[in-house]
Ligand binder design. Structure first.
Ligand code: GUN
Ligand code: ZN
Length: 428
């Protein structure tokens, strides 16, 4: 067992932050051999409960759960910052040509390493990630994640139409490949598989039907896709599937909405869409830096709260501009404030942080597993330095309460504040 003494941030079941200015985090083997949180709370209360366990004192530091990224594309690591007149030209001019390079397994492996290094540097310990349509892109990512003992979820992209040579797959084979990858990777160590139709316009009816059948056969496998991101994309999806009530309803009509289904963006929704999200248990991966960069629109937090569907934060790199959870939380704050196209509201710093940790875990059906430091959670955590830069030090040392401290970090921190990352109880 190991113990760490520092400030300690966790969340209760209601999503309220719990904060011990002088806290203790005790980590030890869990039932299946993985390292888990054995105790967490005030140092004064817990310090005598673990005689013989060495306590590492980290004065001035904050122990916090590793961040979760609910939607990211590992093959788009090098697509970041590619400007375009919106989503569809961006896909055509930058993204598809770049993803075609992943036909080379050696290239895929190299990018997987860089991608996982970037997640780690930024304190992201779990991600739900797209690969490319090439099955070996999944192997490249999973093998590297397995070596690093990460809890990571990914899937081969399905796109059998309206996609150029080099990324377009073949309907029957794409479904066979998906099934083989589920068997190879889902539940292997800490890895999980996600059935990954790119978006309805890139998938034939037969491919979507096959994806839905796999989702019904493998209930604990995840589903990930995109929906209602951009007005041109929505128009196109509605033309291709005129019988569905809305863009989102296409996925419902093919059996792709259920718990563990994560849809990126979810911007241009009506209340019937929101109710469909709520009633099926699907979750939104809110991707604010991507939506601002591509000019897609603003996620309606008021609508999500009013109807009550699950949502959490995502980078959506390479549409997104940063792997950094602090940058994503700040962008989500801007998006919440926007009040010209939908009601504007001020998201609290605690809520922003929850959306990127325990709330994101809840969206994935992994509450109590990752994204928190309550007893029983897997020991993926961060040591944050709230004085990592001069301005951050000034701001955080004047913080009057937890909200001020967290907001200072959200606005001013970056990867320099992530001093150490622990994966499965060991420094990464
Ligand atoms: N819609 C379909 N593919 C993509 C993608 O790669 N990124 C984003 N942001 N939207 C998509
Ligand atoms: Zn995306």
């Amino acid at each position: 067992m190991q113990a760490f003494r520092a400030a300690l941030l966790r969340f209760d079941d209601q999503g309220q932050a719990l904060y011990d200015e002088d806290g203790l985090l005790v980590v030890g083997p869990g039932a299946d051999g993985r390292k888990v949180v054995r105790a967490a709370g005030a140092y004064a209360r817990l310090k005598d409960n673990f005689p013989g366990v060495a306590i590492e004192h980290l004065p001035g530091r904050i122990l916090a759960p590793g961040f979760l990224d609910l939607h990211v594309h590992f093959p788009q690591t090098d697509v970041i910052g590619s400007p375009a007149e919106g989503l569809l030209p961006w896909l055509e001019n930058y993204t598809f040509p770049h993803e075609a390079r992943f036909s080379d397994p050696v290239y895929a492996r190299g990018v997987a390493e860089v991608f996982l290094d970037e997640l780690q540097r930024n304190g992201v310990t779990t991600a739900l990630t797209f690969c490319t349509s090439h099955p070996h892109s999944v192997d490249a990512l999973m093998e590297e994640a397995q070596r690093r003992r990460l809890r990571l979820i990914g899937g081969k992209v399905l796109q059998d139409r309206h996609s150029p040579d080099g990324v377009r797959d073949e309907t029957e084979q794409s479904l066979l490949d998906t099934e083989a990858l589920i068997r190879r990777w889902h539940g292997t160590d800490r890895l999980g598989y996600a059935i990954t139709p790119r978006f309805a316009p890139s998938c034939s009816e037969a491919q979507l039907r096959g994806a839905g059948e796999l989702a019904a056969q493998h209930r604990d496998v995840w589903i990930q896709s995109h929906v209602a991101e951009n007005k041109d994309e929505i128009r196109w999806a509605r033309e291709l599937f005129p019988r569905s009530r809305s863009y989102l309803a296409i996925y419902q009509d093919f059996g792709l909405m259920r718990e563990r289904a994560i849809y990126a963006h979810c911007i241009h929704f009506d209340d019937a869409d929101r109710q469909l999200m709520r009633d099926t248990g699907a979750a939104a991966a809110v991707s604010p830096t991507s939506n601002l960069f591509l000019g897609s629109g603003f996620f309606d937090y008021e609508g999500a709260r009013r109807v009550g569907f699950k949502h959490g934060l995502a980078s959506d790199v390479g549409g997104g501009t940063s792997f950094c959870p602090f940058h994503t939380m700040l962008a989500a704050y801007y998006v919440g404030r926007e009040g010209q196209t939908k009601p504007g509201l001020s998201l609290s710093p605690q809520n922003l942080w929850w959306q990127h940790t325990a709330g994101a875990a809840q969206a994935l059906g992994l509450e109590g597993v990752v994204g928190n430091l309550q007893p029983g959670c897997e020991a993926d955590f961060l040591v944050l330095n709230p004085k990592a830069t001069p301005l951050l030090a000034r701001k955080t040392s004047n913080a009057q309460d937890l909200d001020e401290l967290l907001f200072s970090l959200i606005v001013l921190a970056d990867d320099r504040a992530v001093e150490r990352v622990y994966i499965d109880g060991a420094p990464a």
